[in-house]
Design a protein around this ligand. Structure first.
Ligand SMILES: Cc1cc2nc3c(=O)[nH]c(=O)nc-3n(C[C@H](O)[C@H](O)[C@H](O)COP(=O)(O)O)c2cc1C
Length: 334
């Protein structure tokens, strides 16, 4: 049976959201990309991206980098400090963001499959976690690099490959090329995970029909962390429902607050935002999505934009609370 996994999404796939997706049926969830250079040079904010929380399902850690020494040091640090948190270590070889590409990492690596091979080998030499690569089909349509990347990665010891079935020039939109993906599956000797615009049972079935071992879902999970279970059952989306959205919002907040406390305990010397600041940021950037399609969703989003405290944010969705402790009592009683 095809597995359904949560994609790495920078600024989103932290422990609280991964936990929500795991409850929503995700068989595996990826961390956001973690800078190998940041880990190698002791950055505490970067190390915080490696934190997991109780109750999460299997987690794969993704790193990005281009310097073999940094990648070796980052891998060794993960192996030494948090090996038990993860079931896989993944190399990002597909991110098109300028700040990543200009360091030679992410999608820049697609120009040099042999370098991908060297980085994979370096990782495999420094951890006993299975090493995988997440990449794209090539730089632009008709210029496939994926078969060379597959060969290089397999020869270097990669135990899986994740293919976003688009080209770098497409960024995150435009058609996915499932024919080429199916050819990758035919040629691969390791499990292939397929990714790109899976949003409903039809797109999931089309992706699964390529023969991939797993289907990876990214953006569609942001407003529906339960999409994994729904896609496995082949069910269409249910109509927007404020009550369901509110429950999801509160559950996510609950996990966020617990995770914040964990970070504060684990990184006492670092400035971890207050519960209010932590919650307000996530309401602004993520939690408003749970109400999309509900009456008044646009106005609610605008209100979240001005929220500064947990209590203010909860009031926007009709829940009265005077602060984090009181809030947790309420949620746990629901
Ligand atoms: C906001 C955002 C952040 C992303 N961050 C990462 C990342 O950290 N690592 C990565 O490999 N891909 C990243 N991606 C790409 C996704 O993992 C995925 O390949 C892409 O969104 C296509 O899948 P989807 O159509 O299901 O969203 C990101 C995409 C978005 C939209």
């Amino acid at each position: 049976m095809t597995r359904f996994v949560l994609a790495p999404l920078a600024d989103f796939t932290d422990a609280p959201f991964r936990r929500l997706c795991s409850e929503g049926g995700a068989d595996l969830a990826y961390t956001e990309m973690v800078s190998a250079a940041g880990l190698a040079h002791g950055s505490l904010p970067t190390q915080q991206l490696l934190e997991t929380m109780d109750g999460e399902g299997p987690v794969a850690c993704q790193i990005f980098g281009a310097d073999e020494r940094d990648v070796a040091a980052a891998t060794a640090l993960i192996q030494r400090t948090c090996r038990a948190s993860f079931c896989e270590l993944n190399l990002n070889a597909g991110c098109p963001m300028t700040k990543v590409v200009r360091t030679g990492a992410g999608a820049k690596l697609i120009e040099d499959p042999e370098k991908i091979g060297r980085l994979v080998r370096t990782m495999a030499e420094n951890t006993d976690l299975p090493v995988t690569v997440k990449t794209r089909l090539g730089l632009r349509p008709k210029e496939n690099a994926i078969f060379e990347i597959l060969d290089a990665a397999e020869q270097a010891g990669a135990r899986g490959i994740i293919v976003h079935a688009r080209y770098v020039s497409q960024l995150h939109s435009g058609p996915v090329d499932l024919e080429t993906l199916a050819e990758v599956v035919r040629r691969a000797h390791v499990p292939v995970t397929g990714n790109g615009s899976v949003t409903d049972p039809a797109s999931a079935a089309a992706m699964a029909a390529t023969g991939v071992a797993a289907v990876m879902v990214g953006r569609a999970a942001l407003k529906e962390p339960g999409i994994f279970r729904r896609l496995k059952a082949g069910e269409p989306p249910s109509p927007p429902d404020v009550e369901k959205a509110r429950k999801l919002f509160l559950r996510h907040l609950d996990f966020l607050l617990k995770f914040r406390d964990r970070l504060a305990g684990r990184f006492p010397g670092d400035r971890i935002p207050s519960a209010d600041a932590f919650a307000a940021l996530k309401m602004r950037t993520h939690l408003f999505r749970y109400f999309s399609g509900c009456p008044g969703a646009a106005a609610l989003r605008a209100r979240f934009g001005t929220v500064r405290t947990l209590a203010d944010g909860c009031r926007c969705v009709g829940v009265e609370t005077s602060g984090a402790t009181n809030y947790l009592c309420k949620v746990n009683a629901m």
